[in-house]
Design a protein around this ligand. Sequence first.
Ligand SMILES: Cc1cc2nc3c(=O)[nH]c(=O)nc-3n(C[C@H](O)[C@H](O)[C@H](O)COP(=O)(O)OP(=O)(O)OC[C@H]3O[C@@H](n4cnc5c(N)ncnc54)[C@H](O)[C@@H]3O)c2cc1C
Length: 417
Amino acid sequence: MKNLGKPVPKDLDKHKELAKAITGLSGSPDLDFQNTEIAFSHLSDAELKRSCRLFGLMNRHWLVGLGAKIGVPAIKLKLPFVESVVKNTIFHQFCGGTTLLETQETIDKLKEKNVLTILDYGAEGKESEEEYNITMNETIRAIQFAGKSDAVPVVSSKMTGLVSNALLEKLQSGEKLTSAERRDYRSLLKRIDAICYNASINNTAIFFDAEESWIQDSIDHVVTIMMRRYNKKKVVVYNTLQMYRTDRLQYLIDSFELAEKRGYLLGAKLVRGAYMEKERERAAEMGYPSPIHPNKTATDEAYDAGIQFCLSNYEKIALCNASHNEKSNWLMAQFIAEKKLPKSHPHLNFSQLYGMSDNITFNLAYAGYNVAKYVPYGPIAEVVPYLIRRAEENSSVTGDMSREFKLVQKEIKRRGI
Ligand SMILES: Cc1cc2nc3c(=O)[nH]c(=O)nc-3n(C[C@H](O)[C@H](O)[C@H](O)COP(=O)(O)OP(=O)(O)OC[C@H]3O[C@@H](n4cnc5c(N)ncnc54)[C@H](O)[C@@H]3O)c2cc1C
């Protein structure tokens, strides 16, 4: 292994040592994630109260479960009032708009506070060639829109909106594809190439989301081809690595070695991962070892070690630290301060989802770091799976208040409203 910056050990015990080493850094970034005044300065009193009511409702686990069961068919059946109720509540909290044009207001509002936007056309789980082409065209339209804006550096895409899950799974299994499947695979490569090419000529980057482990190898394969093609001089294409997986720290190191060997730059968006329960259930049902770390501490250690690895090699790896975890965001800011790295370097990026963790986003932006909100948009029926994931993330089985609910309440108290 050459030129890897700080050497990163290959097994979990050593990851732990690394995580401890990061906490030992002494730099003190000019940040306060508890400052709710900065965090919510973009919201009027009425908007803040509206968020508070919504987080209060989402906090109830049974209500979220019921909403997911009844709401999805009601939207699909186009029942009267359902769309407008969803649009004015949960959609308004977590999405930028139903069309690109509608998101402009959100983009402008964020930019006023120095926060950039990552546009994400919310299509996933598509099943026909016609639908895949619609997703591709929408993504390219978003890229062209981003190319004209200094507030939108990145567009995000889900490969599951561009090809069937079944094909991704079969590709990964190593089974021989039929001739129709080979044709579909070639179509996927063409769609992805059109997206990446458009990103490269529009001076915009493109993120590919990470999905379930049984289709992720196929996604990694395609994204790696694109990184090799488009990341020669600067980073256009980013892959996503879910650090809750036991193999991902090693995969990060291997991806970097490959990029070095083949002469391109690595784009790495790091997340913890959104499908933990599903992953564990499938592994138990099918009798293979779970690919997920055994506990939260192990995931956190792998995540922070991954961040440290990317930062140690920041000239050759463009990092997006995509997390709502205060410590992981703090560690990166601390590293940048300690090593006196330029805060605005294009490879040093933070991101949180729109409508969540404003305390992290707006305080990072206030202190001058590169930070962007991930802003999904699209017709209500398209973004429903995304909205359900957000509602579940903010609900509580035990009745404890969610992180977001507490923060909004703290600011309401501070404003005395
Ligand atoms: C900008 C952005 C983009 C994203 N893109 C993707 C994507 O492409 N693919 C994707 O899968 N997710 C994506 N996510 C979601 C992300 O994976 C996490 O689900 C979510 O952000 C919560 O993790 P956290 O880092 O914010 O922090 P935390 O709230 O500290 O961590 C929660 C996460 O820790 C892990 N965890 C919790 N309990 C355990 C346990 N007992 N054992 C092991 N691990 C545990 C899980 O991953 C859980 O989601 C994205 C998030 C953001 C902010």
